[in-house]
Structure formats: structure tokens, C-alpha cells
Design a protein around this ligand. Structure first.
Ligand code: TPP
Ligand code: MG
Length: 904
């Protein structure tokens, strides 16, 4: 065997080189393959190799394929398409964008050192973005829905800098990067740090600032486009979802968790570009390994089409001359920590330490000057190679594609940053660094202009600007761009689908059952029905939704290729191409991402959809709170239903399942309207209000509503209760006394309202105390309004003070006792706005398994504790004899445990 063959064998087997017992035979096999490629082409060779691989994997042979490929470009030079752009022009434009992005960050930090910002990430990703902007990212037009693009968050400066050239942002806007509040006063547009649709609603579509959220969202957006297509709601054919993400970001569980879904669903409308600059914030992503190789194996294993883009065109000649595979061998021995050092060092160092490793390498570098070695580009900095990768990605069918693009972090920042450990946070450059950056990218700026960080924009009639606009015109317009308007959607009358709940008349059911019945009814409304998107994460049966399986079907991009075991049943598990339910399996992160895709469809596709994601409330805000926060940022509209809610209402399930906090977390999301209804009728009113707010009035809000699994008699709603239900509090009733006594106000929410009602009975029968019964559907809504009133009063000291709704409803001195199935912090949201003495009972502590009544007694939220709290409040305010409290403790057998429930 000659040297060359031995090298290829070594490479093929990585470090564990095999002994070749019959080189002659090996050569014959090898030649046979190569001549097959020559004679009939790659496709036939692939077929034969696939056939051999299948054969080889038979247990009798037991061959296992090697994973991964050499550290070179997947697309060989001879398969590169013609680059359709004006290369020099695009490079010039790219340089200008680079400069303005850098100047923007450095200027902001010169003015205010505290603002932060990033240069190095965009510096590494600039070419990846530019090729997208010039050739691939298509805008929405009247006749085409457009592509969806997820931009790596900390590369935002580059996206702003391009929008500036495009005339979509002004110089004064750039001068207010990260000064969103100051900008408004200066008549400029504040540019937010990262993509935030909430802050720039006509610009950014998708929030990506929290790592991992962009990747998972992009997968479910791509999948939702298929759902819309398959359900016949919208033609999404040909549209792509692009995501540019960081290599460090790939370590987030969210980034990785839906890879197999994307492959299983054959999402060839999805292209990820992972910017492998080999560094994250603190240091190398895989100092002692190679992230590109690791990701290649991971993605390929998950079923993605992987395109490695490791080296730029300058390397083509070197590879061509490298007949013995010395480069591939050297790369396979180099880890990323070392590649990073090579990026940080100059040509001379690289000649000595990379090309100097052996004679073969040294001879390859012989014709190159140090300067040329220094300028050897990695693949992700070469417009032609990037174009080739993107082009191949868009043509690939049947799989999502990931492009692993090798770059240098801080590319072009020279000694100030390129490849430096500290480059991620570098935001100050001194004069020399700026001048060398200008020289490096040949910017037409004087020394003075450079030092003064002048923004640069060529004249409107220059070739550059004409080219820039022409490219965008050809791609349908400018991106990123978010559409604000959506056609309103008519909501049916409440009585049409929820009369059974409003006039329940004591029928027994849980609020969850009430919801499912309302949903089933809404699914009969011609206008609304197709827009409803029920979403579950493997819990439909838990919530009594199995009847929907057959009725509306479970979405499946391939229909149903099996006979379901329960085919004869009316609840049969029916998967269908036009199925409506999104059954996501056990991935709350996936299910919420689906919900977001549906909840943003009004803007992303101009097609309002109404998603209902129903889940174990414990596995919502606590588990996937950051995804919900991002949903809020992107102005999602829909319903989140926290089912099996309430720490004592979900008996049996214990500590990990019993939720006492989600409403508190929900209350902190500014555009989330959180409710805890006790009755199906209350839920119906909230549902109606929510649908009208989001679908008819186009408000950028979403609703979080808890649902319980406890069956109890459901009352008809009192006349005129609707307004109070929406505002968060209404008078449900009052106990009647034969002779007048002391009085309290009892406020209950969720399932605990029933304990409150029972307590009112006990108070009147056992203690001759009158009680008003208030149902609190939302402490956060009450607090929100009261907060606004309080603020208005403070800022308008000379005006007649206003009164808050809750302050008014509970005005006077009558003691107020509130009981909830959540932690005390939830009702305490209203504490500052209630003048009367306020006692709050809640379920602070770890949950545990037992019956509802045992749990309510343990957490001290049952009727007896409510009575005791009422007596205590009256006693402390001197209205009754304190001995009554002791009497109550004895009468009801209340355990006086020295340890509080939250201590044990
Ligand atoms: C969830 C989350 N954790 C941490 C951060 C802070 N952070 C911002 S960028 C960054 C490093 C990103 O590295 P990489 O993904 O490789 O991107 P690069 O800048 O190298 O392109 C970190 C840790 C964040 N934004 N989100
Ligand atoms: Mg990185």
C-alpha cells in the first residue's frame, strides 16, 4: 500500500488505525469504488455503499459505521454552485455593516460604560448574515408569506447596522443603541439590546436573547407551518425558517431537545446555521474536543442533513496540492482550544505551529507569505462557500439542514479581540485597534473619522446602495420585519357554547370538565373552529379530553399507518393529516413552543389562531417559565390552562405535582392575565373575555387560567357577576342571620372558595357572625388596577383621589379573610389596597400526598381554619371576646402543631 492509501485509511479510522492484512485487496476495493464514481456518478456509488452498509450491519457481519466525517467542507469545490452576486460589492457592503455595528457598540460604551453590548459575536457571524440578507432571507409580500428568520441575539448590532444602510433606521437611532428610554426623549428610536418584539414591534419577530429559546422555537414554527398547510388553512409551501445560532448555545437543553422531532417531521423547510466560532463567553466551547465534529454526530444521529463549512476558498488550493491528506490528518489532531489559539495568533505563529508540524504541511505553506497565512479564511467567512452551503440547504429535501460554519470569534478585531479568551465582552477599542480594523476592511474613513467612530453610509445613488436595495427588492423587501396587523376574528356569543356553565344550577362537574365541554362546543362554530389549536403534552386523558381524539383528530404529518388498538371505540386514538390536536408527547418545552407558534400566527402569518395549551399547572411557569416570558415578549395571544391546579385540590400526587406558585409567577408577566376561577361559569366569562380581547380587539395579551379536577356542584352565576369576574372579584353571596351580629368578609379563590362558603355557614350557625362571600377570580388583575390607581393618585396630587376597584369593593372596617389554594403571596398582591384588617390563608410549603380534606386541614385553608381566622381577626380588633378563638380550636379539633406547614 502506498503512503496515500495508508493516510486515507488512518483518516477514515481516526486515531485507531487498523492493520491492513492485504493491501493489494484493499486497493482493489478502493479502486472499484473510485471507478464506479467516475463511471456512473455519486448517486450510484451512494446506492452501492448503502447496500453494502446494510449488508455489513447484519449481525453475522456485525459492522458498525464510523460516525462523523473529516474536518473539511461537506461540499467539495467541484460541486459549488456559481456565486450569483457581485463578490467585491458584497464584501464592501459587509465591511461597512461590520464597521457601523462596531462603532455603535463602542460609541455607546464610550458614552456610558454600563450599557454593554457585543462586537465579537457579530464580527464572527457577519458573513453568515450577509449572505442570508443578500441571497436567501425572503420578506413577506402580498403573494408570498416570507421566510422566518431567527437572529442570534447578541449579533443584533449587525442587524441594526444593516437596517441603517437600508434606510430603515436613522443615524440617531444607532446613536441610541441600548438607550431605549433616553432615545424617546431625543426623538430617536431606542434600539433594544437583543431581539425583542415587545420593544420593537414592527422590527423583531422572534426573541432569542435567552439561549436555547430561538432554536426550539424555530423548530416548532417550522412544524406549525406544516400544520397550517396540512389542515388546509394556509399555503406555506416553499417558505423557510432560518435560524442563526451560537455553538455555545447548542449546549442548552432546549436547543437539542426537539432535533429528532424536526427530523421525524421531515422539516426540510428548516435551516439552522450554527456559527462555530469555537468560543462561548468564558472560553472555548470544547477546548479539548471539536464542537463541529460533536455537533455533526449529534445532528446526523438525530436525522438531520449536516453541512460542514470548515474552510474558505483560500484553502482549496492547499487541499488540491495535499495529495497525502496531511491537512485532514493535522485537523483531526487539533482540538478547538488549539484552533482558537491559531485564530488569535498571526501568520508567522501559524506557519510555525500549524504548518510546522511536519514536512508535508510545511511544504504546503511554502508558497505563502505570513500575511497570506494570516488571511486564510475559515469557511464561515467566505461568501462563496457560505452561498454554496445555503444553496444546498435550501435544495435539500426530506430533512432539516444544519450548517456548521467554522468562524473566528472577533474576526477582524486583530489584537484587540480575534480569538481572544476575553473577546465576547470586548466593547472598547483604542485608536490603533480602530485604525487597523479600518485598514483590514478597507473602509473609506479618514483617521479622524475612524477615531471619532463615524457611522458610514455610502451615498444613496452609489453602486453599493443601489446593489443593496436591489438585492432586498429581489427578495421581497426588508427583514427583519414584524407585521402588527391581523384580521379580527368573530367570537360566538357566550350563551352559544357555555350556557350549561353559566346556568349550571348545581350540576356537578369540575372546571376542567367545563372547559373541555366549552371547547367541544366551540369546535362546532364554523368561523372559529378551524382556528382553535388544542395542545397537550401527553395529558389529554388526564384532563378528560380523549373524546376529542376521534372528533377532531391528532395532527400527524403522515396520517395513521396503523390500526389503533381501540379502533372500535368512540374515543379511538385517531391520527390524521388534518388532525387538529397537537399531541406533543412529554415535552412541555415543545408543547409551549407549539403554543407560541400558534399564538403568534396572527402576526407571523397574518392568520389568527387560538391555541389552548392545557397542562399540569406545576409543569408550566415553574418548568418552562422562560419560554412563557419569551412568548409574552413576542406578543403571543392564546390560552394557557394550568390544570390539576391547586396545592390541596390535586390530592394524592404530592410534592412534585402540587402547584402553589404558578399564579404568582404569572402575575409577574406584564401582559399575562392570570385567573383562578372557582366555577365553570366564571371560567366561561373569562374565556369569552379573553377571546374578545385577543381576537376581536387585537390586544397583545394572553390568558393563564387554572383548572381543577375536583367535582362539585356548580352554581348558576349571580346576575351581573360578569364584570366582577373579569376584574377579579365579585360578591357571590352572604350568610343570613336571624339576629344581627358581628360581620366579616370572606374572600376565596379557586376550589377553596367552597371552603369559604362552608365557613360562612359555620360562622353564622356556630358563632352568630355574618359573612359576605366574595369570589376572587384574579388577585393579579385586582392588584394591577389598584397599582395604576395608586400611581395616578401619586402623580396627580391636586386631583380628587381615585379609588381602586378592590379598595372600593372591600372598603370599610369589616375584617377581610382571604383563603387560597396557592401561596399567600398571591392574595397578598392586594394587601396594600385594602384598608380593613386583612388575614391571608394559603398553602405555603411543600405539598404531599393525601386526600383533599386532609391536605386542606394540614395547610390550614379548610373551613375550620377560615372560621378561626375570622374569629381571631374580630377578636384582635376588639369586636368579640378572644376566648371564642380557643373555643373554636377545641370545637373543631384544630391541631395546634408547633410546626407550620411550610416548616415540615
Ligand atoms: C439562557 C442564557 N444563559 C446565558 C446567557 C448569557 N450569554 C449570552 S451570549 C453567551 C455566550 C454565547 O456563546 P455562543 O452561543 O457560542 O455565541 P457566540 O457569541 O460565540 O457566537 C452567554 C453565556 C444567555 N443570554 N442566555
Ligand atoms: Mg460561539
Amino acid at each position: 500500500m502506498n503512503d496515500r492509501n495508508q493516510h486515507f485509511l488512518d483518516i477514515a479510522h481516526g486515531e485507531q488505525s487498523l492493520v491492513d492484512s492485504d493491501p493489494q485487496e484493499t486497493a482493489e476495493w478502493r479502486d472499484a469504488l473510485l471507478s464506479l464514481v467516475d463511471a456512473v456518478g455519486r448517486d450510484r456509488a451512494h446506492f452501492i455503499l448503502d447496500m453494502l452498509a446494510t449488508l455489513g450491519q447484519h449481525p453475522s457481519i456485525g459492522w458498525k459505521p464510523l460516525r462523523g466525517t473529516p474536518y473539511v467542507n461537506t461540499i467539495p469545490v467541484d460541486r459549488q454552485p456559481h456565486f450569483p452576486g457581485d463578490l467585491a460589492m458584497e464584501e464592501r457592503l459587509g465591511s461597512i455593516v461590520r464597521w457601523n455595528a462596531l462603532a455603535m457598540v463602542v460609541r455607546a460604551n464610550k458614552a456610558y460604560g454600563e450599557l454593554g453590548g457585543h462586537i465579537a459575536s457579530y464580527a464572527s457571524a457577519a458573513d453568515l448574515f450577509e449572505v442570508g440578507f443578500n441571497h436567501f432571507f425572503r420578506a413577506r409580500t402580498d403573494s408570498f408569506g416570507g421566510d422566518l428568520v431567527f437572529y442570534q441575539a447578541h449579533s443584533a448590532p449587525g442587524v441594526y447596522a444593516r437596517a441603517f444602510l437600508e434606510g430603515r433606521l436613522e443615524e440617531r437611532d444607532l446613536a441610541h443603541y441600548r438607550q431605549e428610554i433616553t432615545a424617546n426623549k431625543a426623538g430617536a428610536r431606542g434600539l433594544c439590546s437583543y431581539p425583542h418584539p415587545w420593544l420593537m414591534p414592527d422590527f423583531w419577530q422572534f426573541p432569542t436573547g435567552s439561549m436555547g429559546i430561538g432554536p426550539i422555537s424555530s423548530i416548532y414554527q417550522a412544524r406549525f407551518m406544516r400544520y397550517l398547510q396540512h389542515r388546509g388553512l394556509l399555503n406555506t409551501e416553499g417558505r423557510k425558517v432560518w435560524g442563526v445560532f451560537g455553538d455555545g448555545e447548542m449546549d442548552e437543553p432546549e436547543s437539542m431537545s426537539a432535533l429528532t422531532l424536526a427530523a421525524r417531521e421531515r422539516l426540510d423547510n428548516l435551516v439552522w446555521v450554527v456559527n462555530c466560532n469555537l468560543q462561548r463567553l468564558d472560553g472555548p466551547v470544547r477546548g479539548n474536543g471539536r464542537i463541529m465534529d460533536e455537533l455533526e454526530e449529534l445532528f446526523a444521529g438525530a436525522g438531520w442533513n449536516v453541512i460542514k463549512l470548515a474552510w474558505g476558498s483560500d484553502w482549496d488550493g492547499l487541499f488540491a496540492r495535499d495529495t497525502i491528506g496531511a491537512l485532514i490528518q493535522a485537523f483531526s489532531n487539533t482540538v478547538d482550544g488549539q484552533f482558537q489559539t491559531f485564530a488569535a495568533k498571526d501568520g508567522r505563529y501559524n506557519r510555525e505551529h500549524f504548518f510546522g508540524q511536519n514536512e508535508a504541511l510545511a511544504s504546503l505553506a511554502q508558497g505563502l507569505t505570513d500575511e497570506q497565512i494570516d488571511r486564510l479564511k475559515r469557511g464561515g467567512h467566505d461568501l462563496v462557500k457560505i452561498y454554496a452551503a445555503y444553496d444546498a440547504a435550501t435544495r435539500h429535501r426530506g430533512q432539516p439542514t444544519v450548517i456548521l460554519a467554522q468562524t473566528k470569534k472577533g474576526f477582524g478585531m486583530g489584537d484587540a479581540g480575534q480569538g481572544k479568551m476575553t473577546t465576547h465582552q470586548q466593547k472598547k477599542l483604542d485608536r490603533d485597534d480602530l485604525i487597523s480594523f479600518r485598514n483590514r476592511f478597507q473602509l473609506p474613513l479618514t483617521d479622524e473619522q475612524t477615531e471619532a467612530l463615524h457611522f458610514f453610509k455610502p451615498a444613496e445613488d452609489s453602486d453599493e446602495m443601489r446593489y443593496l436595495h436591489a438585492r432586498r427588492e429581489a427578495l421581497g423587501g426588508y427583514v427583519p420585519s414584524r407585521s402588527i396587523k391581523a384580521p379580527p376574528l368573530k367570537v360566538p356569543a357566550l350563551a352559544d357554547y357555555a350556557r350549561f356553565a353559566i346556568e349550571a344550577d348545581g350540576k356537578e362537574m369540575s372546571t376542567t370538565m367545563g372547559f373541555v365541554r366549552m371547547l367541544s362546543n366551540l369546535l362546532r362554530d364554523k368561523t372559529l373552529a378551524p382556528r382553535l389549536v388544542p395542545i397537550v403534552a401527553d395529558e389529554a386523558r388526564t384532563f378528560g379530553m380523549a373524546n376529542l381524539f376521534k372528533q377532531i383528530g391528532i395532527y400527524s404529518s403522515v396520517g395513521q399507518h396503523y390500526e389503533p388498538e381501540d379502533i372500535g371505540s368512540i374515543l379511538s386514538y385517531r391520527e390524521a393529516l388534518d388532525g387538529q390536536i397537537l399531541e406533543e408527547g412529554i415535552s412541555e418545552a415543545g408543547a409551549i413552543s407549539s403554543w407560541v407558534a400558534a399564538a403568534t400566527s396572527y402576526s407571523v402569518h397574518g392568520l389568527p389562531m387560538l391555541p389552548f395549551y392545557i397542562y399540569y399547572s406545576m409543569f408550566g411557569f415553574q418548568r418552562i417559565g422562560d419560554l412563557i416570558w419569551a412568548a409574552a415578549d413576542q406578543r403571543a395571544r392564546g390560552f394557557l390552562l394550568g390544570a390539576t391546579a391547586g396545592r390541596t385540590t390535586l390530592g394524592g400526587e404530592g410534592l412534585q405535582h402540587q402547584d402553589g406558585g404558578s399564579l404568582v409567577t404569572a402575575s409577574m408577566v406584564p401582559n399575562c392575565r392570570a385567573y383562578d376561577p372557582a366555577f365553570a361559569g366564571e371560567f366561561a366569562v373569562i374565556l369569552d373575555h379573553g377571546m374578545r380581547s385577543m381576537l376581536e380587539n387585537q390586544e397583545d395579551v394572553f390568558f393563564y387560567v387554572t383548572l381543577m379536577n375536583e367535582n362539585y356542584p356548580q352554581p348558576s352565576l349571580p346576575e351581573g357577576a360578569a364584570e366582577g369576574i373579569i376584574r377579579g372579584l365579585y360578591l357571590y353571596g352572604a350568610s343570613q342571620l336571624a339576629e344581627a351580629g358581628e360581620k366579616v368578609r370572606l374572600v376565596g379563590s379557586g376550589a377553596i372558595l367552597r371552603e369559604v362558603i362552608a365557613a360562612a355557614d359555620l360562622l353564622s350557625h356556630d358563632w352568630n357572625i355574618e359573612a359576605e362571600i366574595w369570589s376572587a377570580t384574579s388577585f393579579s388583575e385586582l392588584a394591577r388596577e389598584a397599582r395604576a390607581v395608586e400611581r395616578w393618585n401619586r402623580l396627580n396630587p391636586e386631583e380628587e383621589p381615585r379609588q381602586s376597584y378592590v379598595g372600593c369593593a372591600l372598603s370599610g372596617e369589616t375584617p377581610v379573610i382571604v383563603a387560597t389554594d396557592y401561596v399567600r403571596a398571591w392574595p397578598q398582591l392586594i394587601a396594600p389596597y385594602v384598608d380593613a384588617r386583612l388575614t391571608v390563608l394559603g398553602t405555603d410549603g411543600f405539598g404531599r400526598s393525601d386526600t383533599r380534606s386532609a391536605l386542606r386541614s394540614f395547610f390550614e385553608v379548610d373551613r375550620h381554619h377560615i372560621v378561626l381566622a375570622a374569629l381571631e381577626s374580630l377578636a384582635r380588633s376588639g369586636r368579640i371576646n378572644p376566648t371564642l378563638c380557643k373555643e373554636a380550636i377545641e370545637r373543631y379539633g384544630i391541631a395546634v402543631d408547633p410546626k407550620a406547614p411550610w416548616e415540615c
